[in-house]
Write a protein that binds this ligand. Structure first.
Ligand code: NDP
Ligand code: MG
Length: 385
């Protein structure tokens, strides 16, 4: 019997995750088909991708690029849309089976909400969506019978460790962190760090925003919050361990004390493929890990004193309500400012802490409250720069 191919919508197809997802898809043409591709600005790559993968629809968020994309794809019968609103509408397309959210930051929230309401499963790379509105997203998924397949490597590791453990509660999880390019450095050394240094991650090649987040440990903070919502955990059940080799992608400890971990070379194509192919493990020719190449796997405690962002994320998670949304918005503004040489590396944490103190706390936010909190925090953070 011929099985139906999985129809995939990729939000953010021109980014690091998006392009790697397309590599995975092109390796498995009998299983996957592309239904939607989207980009923010990169019209030339979007056009090239659309010509190769022949989606039904594409969206370019920047409206000024609409003519260019439409004139290139019109004759191929590919529908072209522009603007943020279109991003929210295309995810509802009836053919779509799964939406890969590979946008950066807050921009992923509304399209993800719409996709869930339309009953589409989510392959979630855009962790900020769960950070901003984890309770809302989790409730919507339950209401609409939607599953979230984690793409983030740590959460994919935990998800893989949980296979076959349906009735066994988690005692705790260990999220591993590479420690980034500045591991071991103290405040004095970090005060004059430039973006070029922060953009050099030792183990992973990723988009700029997540690379800066990794250097400041905010990425791990966002991942702690992401894990809370994905796996229904309390603060004391989530531990962060620095593991510079990035071979153990994370681990789960069960109530008998047994720990299961997932290992492999750092390569995002594996978690992307697991999320898209679940529950199947698909054959591939990715380079295999050799224990003998890594005789020393090492572990350290994170330095919360120097890298304040991780502690700020734990505090925001403990506080709940709109606190993680404030943390995320302030972080997005500070990362942009750092990338434009407007603030120093360590000032990012000060700005985030300031916003968390000053923005009004909302204990039980709805979608409108999150939108308003995000707006207000961005305005305040920009003023405080
Ligand atoms: P990139 O910056 O490489 O790509 C982002 C994609 O989203 C691009 O297609 C970009 O379009 C588009 N985009 C950016 N901003 C907007 C916007 N405001 N509206 C619409 N589209 C937008 O990011 P990554 O692929 O590195 O990361 C994507 C997500 O996945 C992030 O949430 C990140 O935290 C997460 N993630 C990434 C990992 C990685 O290895 N890269 C690992 C784990 C998680 P354009 O190209 O036109 O600018
Ligand atoms: Mg990760």
């Amino acid at each position: 019997m011929k099985t139906k191919k999985k129809q995939i919508a990729i939000l953010g197809s021109t980014g690091s995750i998006g392009t790697q997802a397309l590599e995975v898809i092109s390796e498995h043409p009998s299983l996957f088909e592309v239904e939607v591709l989207t980009a923010n600005n990169n019209s030339s790559l979007l056009i090239e991708q659309a010509k190769k993968f022949k989606p039904n629809m594409v969206v370019i968020t920047n409206k000024e690029k609409y003519e260019e994309v439409n004139s290139a794809l019109f004759s191929l019968g590919i529908k072209v849309f522009a603007g943020e609103q279109s991003l929210e509408e295309v995810v509802e397309g009836e053919n779509i089976d799964i939406v890969l959210t590979a946008l950066v930051g807050y921009s992923g929230l509304k399209p993800t909400v719409r996709a869930i309401k339309a009953g589409k499963d989510i392959a979630l790379a855009n962790k900020e969506t769960l950070v901003v509105a984890g309770d809302l997203i989790t409730k919507l998924c339950q209401e609409h019978g939607v599953q979230i397949f984690p793409v983030d490597s740590e959460h994919s590791a935990i998800f893989q460790c949980l296979a076959g453990e349906t009735y066994n509660p988690i005692e705790k999880i260990y999220l591993t962190a590479s420690g980034g390019p500045f591991r071991g450095m103290k405040k004095a050394e970090l005060s004059n760090i430039k973006k070029e240094q922060a953009l050099k991650h030792p183990n992973w090649d990723m988009g700029d925003k997540i690379t800066i987040d990794s250097a400041s440990l905010m990425n791990k903070g966002l991942e702690v919050i992401e894990a809370k919502w994905l796996f229904g955990l309390k603060t004391h059940q989530i531990d962060v361990i620095v593991h510079p080799q990035s071979i153990i992608h994370s681990a789960v400890q069960f109530e008998d004390g047994s720990i299961k971990a997932q290992l492999g070379l750092p390569d995002m194509k594996l978690p992307i493929q697991y999320a898209l192919g679940f529950p199947q493990r698909l054959q591939n020719n990715f380079t295999r890990f050799s224990f003998m190449d890594y005789p020393n796997l090492t572990f350290e405690k994170p330095d919360l004193e120097t890298f304040k962002n991780l502690q700020l994320a734990y505090s925001a998670m403990e506080k709940g309500g709109n606190a993680p949304c404030i943390l995320n918005a302030a972080n997005e503004i500070s990362v942009n400012a750092f990338l434009q040489d407007k603030i120093g590396f360590l000032n990012m944490s000060d700005l985030i802490a300031d916003c968390m103190e000053k923005i009004t706390f909302v204990p039980n936010p709805n979608l409108e409250d999150y939108v308003a909190t995000n707006e207000a925090t961005r305005i305040l953070a920009s003023e405080l720069l």
